[in-house]
Structure formats: C-alpha cells, structure tokens
Design a protein around this ligand. Structure first.
Ligand code: F6R
Length: 616
C-alpha cells in the first residue's frame, strides 16, 4: 500500500532509490516518482504513471544527480493513477517535496481551509494537503521545517508515513509515522542513512535499523546525529535493532516469478518455522509464546482470531485445530467487520491476530479495540518488528522469510504451521491430549516438509491440468471440515492472479443454492482427501457429476474411489486430517499460478492489489 524510500549520504542517491523502489514495488505499482536535490541545490521531481521501470524510462537523460533524495511507489486511494497524482507532491513555494503512505482522513476539511487562505492544489490526492499545509505553516509563521511538520501533523487525522525534502536545507530529511511503517537504516561509519516502508531496500547496505514508532518525527541529517521527537515535543531515544534478512531472500533467482519461488520454498520455510519448536527426537513441541503466558492461556474463556484475506483462511484452520485439540471455544472474525460491530470481548478472552505483513490497518485496529476491552493479544506475524508484532502482548513469528509475490503462499502455510504448534503446545499444557497421541501427531507433523517436497515434484502434471482449464470463466472450489478453508484459499489464489471468478464453498452447502451454477462448462475443484467426511464428499462429487460438472479432485495418494469419479486428480501424500491443509495448499497454489501464467497475467503484481494493506 505505497512504498516509500529515502537516502542521505555520500553516494549518488538515484540508483539506491530506484533499486529500493523495485524492492518495494509489491506494495503498490500504479505510479512512481522520485525527488532529488542536485549539487547546485536544485530540487528535481520526476514522476510517472505505471511501474518503476516506466519511471526509469521516462527519466532517461535527465539530471538525477544528488546524494539526498526520496522516492515513492503508489497504490492509489484518492485520485486515479496518473502523473499528477503520483508522488512526490511539491509545495506551492516550490521548495518542499513530500511522499506519503497512508490516508489523511480529514484532508477535505484541511484542503478547504487552505484554499480559503489562497493555496492552490494540483492533484486529487489526500497527500497534497500535507505538503501544502506544512508549506503554509512554514512560510506564513516563519517556522523551521521541523516545527511546521510537527504543527501540521497535530492537525491531521489519519495514517501516514511521510518524508519531506526541503530544497533550502539539502542536508536534512524529515520523516514521520503514524500507523504506517517506517524503518531507518544507519551506516554510521559512512555517515549514511536510509529509510523505507520496510527493511527490504535497506538490508544490502546495513543491518542496523530503527523502527520509528507512532507519532514520532525523525530528523535525519548528515551534519547532526539522528534525532527523534514525538508530536508532543518529547525527545526519544531510539532503539537500534539488528536485521536478520539476507539479500538472496529478496531475489527471484532462476524462478520466473517470486510466487513460484515462494511456492517451492515451502518445504524449507515450514522446516524453519518448526525449528527450535519441535525437538530433534520429534517427541515434544514447545511454542515459547504459549509457555511464557501459560496461566493466561489456561484460563482463557474463549479465543477470538482476527485477520484478513489469506490470513483469515489460516485462522479458520486454527479454529478447527484449537477447538479439536484444546477444547477452547474459538471464533474467527474478519478484522474489518470486528472493529466496527461493537463486539463483546471479555478480559479473559485471548485475541489472536494473524498477519503476514504485520501492517494490515484493519487487523491493527481490531487489536487496539480488543486491548481497550482488556483482552490478551497474541500475534502471529511474518515481518519481524512490524506494527502488529509490536502492538501485541506476545506472539510467534512464522519465520518464512520475506514474501514478495502479492499472492500469499508460504505465509499461509507458515501461519497454519504456527497454529498447529500453538494448538499442540496448549493441548499438552491443558492435558486435553494424551502423550501418545501427541507423539503420533508430532511424528506426522515433522514429515510435512518432505511430503511438500514430493508434492512439488508433481508440478508439471499440475501445469498440464492448468492448461486445460485456462479458458474457464468461473471455478467452484469445494471442501469440508479442515478442507473448507483450503477451498476458500484455493479460490482466492485463482481469482487474485488470473482474474477468473472463483468461489469456495463448504461442499454440503452446494445443494442450498450454488449447485444451480453447475453445467459442463463449470470446473469444480474438490478437496476430497482422506478425512472423516470422505464418504460425504464422495456424495457431493456425485451430485456435481450428475449435473455434468467437470471435477478436478485433490485426493490422498492411493485413493481409487474419487479418482474414478473425477475428470482430473492431483494426489497428495497421506497425513493426519488436521495437517491436510498444509499439503492441499501446494497443488492449489500451483494450479492458480499456472493458469495465470497461461493467461499471460502479471502473477507477482496483479492488478489493483498491494501486498500490505495499510489503509482500511
Ligand atoms: C491474498 C493476500 C491477502 C492478505 C491480506 C492480509 O493472497 O495476500 O488476502 O492475506 O491482505 O494481509 P496480512 O496477512 O499481511 O495481514
């Protein structure tokens, strides 16, 4: 949801900014721009509709000199994607350039106030109000840039990560955040600073970072040490953290797309996620976040899981796992609905927030609401140091490494893996699972990475099946029990990257309406693995076949009955029912991927989407 980056130091800023924008492009890609102050003190702003590569082409031959600059890649909220609405926005005085990630909720009011004072606006964005307001305060009140930023932000309602460049002060950049992430990278020995929406553009220059907190403003200067002051004018001592990320994790390598790389990484990411949590003998599971808060978990009246999108699908699997193993009631909520419906939350409830990015605005808001009502908040995140990871009382990282493809794949299986370990740890502590049952479970669980590896070797078979269905305009995905969330997730993967309409249903719900959609044109993907509802799913397949539907079944290896019925099948290795979604995810991801590739779609950056949804 917009990516921002900036640099100040002794190197040429432009190549660093452009490389950084490419790394951040997954956050938004409808337009991009850059602002630089050249050695003669001239402020050059270039911006362009389209992707970062189009910006680069449009800048060719122009002056991109300077060792201070800011850059932005946009996901439009207010104002269509075009050259004018692209960031950076510049002030009427011509001295300031500003980039922004977030939404200014009271922009209309601020804008009309500024227009009354004679300000002119050039774009349709909410962002422009920030630069004009700061400029107005600075020039009319004769304030320093820092004071003007602080005064302006005290009038602003909304979410922002901003950076401001001042032509009249080419040694300083001011940045600020509220509810949108900002990371500062420090390379002290070189007197260099980098900042960005996440650490991916920074990691190749330094491992020392500071995560700016809400309501903080940082003055990044080549002449003075970094200064962080909050909106109430209190000076802060920022905490320097070490990044644990490698560049190879951010690169595609030989894969044609990040999504395919990330699908193929899953045997490793799941093994990494289990590391240190399952003992080497495979006899014990310990999720430290649960053990550290054992009393709280043991006395929980109820668990509420809040999440969005794919993370919400993994939450549904978590509901099954926790209820089955721990006998604690679980409710799963869309964070965006939960936050606005005045939910009943008891102080002895536990709220689990699941988020790959750790920045999803609705999930963050649901956490804040639950906190106010006294619940204990547990986070399951991927991005270390993210806003959600910091807002929760405790939590577990999924440790799957940066996920760059916009469609979530390895984060989904990482989330399910953590939820399985959470349920097993808690069940052991509660005594709701017998020791021998736990040992059997852990044994099956430990086999998942190698079983995933096996499944990936069926890639070309799945690719062939995908080719047959590239023409389809609609798909139905069916599953029951643990496989129902898998059906939802399979359908989401397909629609978001191939733009084919797809719906996931609980298989038995078909006859209550959706069955009317079935005809010989309708591919129906059924997750019909060996579960306690297997026979019933078999009947559901019969119902589809009786209406000429074309069935692609995900079956357990060795299955003969579904195979005979289905038009196409993909076999997954045998595992326990509760771990089935970890394996079923792989063929569904691959099927969606190959269909999208056959259709010539932009798999890693599908239209209208952004990886990290930092606006509501
Ligand atoms: C789908 C997808 C989205 C995200 C959702 C929540 O492939 O990626 O549906 O799952 O936007 O994002 P996080 O998990 O970052 O909170």
């Amino acid at each position: 949801m917009c990516g921002i980056i900036g640099y100040i130091g002794n190197q040429e800023a432009y190549p660093i900014l452009i490389k950084g924008l490419h790394r951040l492009e997954y956050r938004g890609y409808d337009s991009a721009g850059v602002a630089l102050i050249n050695p003669n003190g001239q402020l050059n702003i270039y911006k362009n509709k389209g992707k970062v590569s189009q910006l680069e082409e449009s800048i060719e031959g122009k002056d991109v000199s300077g060792n201070i600059g800011i850059a932005h890649t946009r996901w439009a909220t207010h104002g269509e994607p075009n050259n004018v609405n692209a960031h950076p926005h510049y002030s009427n005085s011509g001295t300031l350039a500003l980039i922004h990630n977030g939404i200014i909720e009271n922009y209309a009011l601020l804008k009309s106030g500024l227009i009354e004072k004679g300000c002119t606006f050039h774009s349709d964005t909410d962002t422009e109000v920030l630069v004009q307001l700061i400029d107005y305060i600075k020039t009319s009140g004769n304030h320093s840039l820092f004071d003007a930023v602080q005064l302006a932000l005290n009038q602003v309602i909304g979410a922002y990560a901003i950076a401001i460049l001042d032509r009249d002060d080419p040694d300083r950049i001011i940045i600020a955040r509220k509810s949108s992430p900002l990371v500062i990278g420090i390379r002290e020995e070189e007197d260099e600073y980098f900042f960005a929406s996440d650490a991916s553009p920074i990691v190749e220059y330094t491992n020392s970072v500071i995560y700016l907190q809400d309501n903080e403003i940082a003055i990044i200067s080549r002449k003075e040490p970094l200064k962080v002051i909050d909106l109430k004018n209190v000076e802060k001592t920022p905490e320097v953290s070490r990044l644990e990320m490698s560049i190879s994790q951010l690169e595609r390598g030989d894969y044609p797309h990040f999504m395919l790389k990330e699908i193929f990484e899953q045997p490793k990411t799941i093994a990494d996620c289990m590391k240190g949590r399952i003992n080497t003998e495979g006899t014990n599971v310990v999720l430290s976040g649960i053990i550290d808060n054992k009393a709280r978990f043991l006395s929980a009246r109820r668990i509420i899981i809040v999440a969005c999108g794919t993370s919400w699908h993994s939450a549904l699997i978590g509901e099954h796992l926790i209820e089955n193993l721990c006998r604690i009631p679980v409710e799963v909520e869309y964070a965006s609905e939960f936050r606005y419906r005045d939910p009943i939350i008891y102080p002895d409830d536990i709220v689990i927030a699941i988020s790959q990015s750790g920045e999803t605005a609705d999930t963050l808001a649901a956490i804040e609401l639950s906190k106010q009502k006294g619940a204990f908040i547990y986070g399951i995140c991927n991005v270390v140091g993210s806003s959600i990871a910091r807002a929760t009382d405790s939590g577990s990282y999924i440790h799957v490494g940066p996920e760059i493809g916009v469609a979530s794949t390895k984060a989904f299986t990482g989330q399910v893996t953590v939820l399985a370990m959470l349920a097993m740890t808690l069940a052991k502590e509660k005594g709701t699972i017998k020791p021998n049952e736990l040992t059997t479970m852990i044994k099956a669980f430990k086999k998942i990475p190698e079983q995933m590896e096996l499944l990936l070797s069926a890639n070309s078979q799945i690719q062939e099946t995908a080719k047959i269905f590239t023409y389809a305009r609609n798909f139905i995905y069916l599953g029951r029990g643990y496989s129902y969330p898998s059906a939802l997730e399979g359908a989401l993967k397909l629609k978001e990257i191939s733009y084919i309409h797809a719906e996931g249903y609980p298989a038995a719900e078909m006859k209550h309406g959706p069955i009317a959609l079935i005809d010989s044109e309708m591919p129906v993907i059924v997750i019909a693995t060996n579960t306690k509802l297997y026979e019933k799913v078999l009947n559901n397949i019969q119902e589809v076949k009786a209406r000429s539907g074309r069935v692609i079944a995900v079956v357990t290896e060795g299955d003969e009955d579904v195979r005979k019925l289905a038009d196409y099948y993909i076999a997954i290795p045998k595992t326990m029912e509760c771990f089935g979604p970890l394996l079923a995810a792989i063929p569904l991801q691959l099927l969606a991927y190959h269909i999208a590739v056959y259709k010539g779609k932009d798999v890693d950056q599908p239209r209208h989407l952004a990886k990290s949804v930092t606006v509501e």
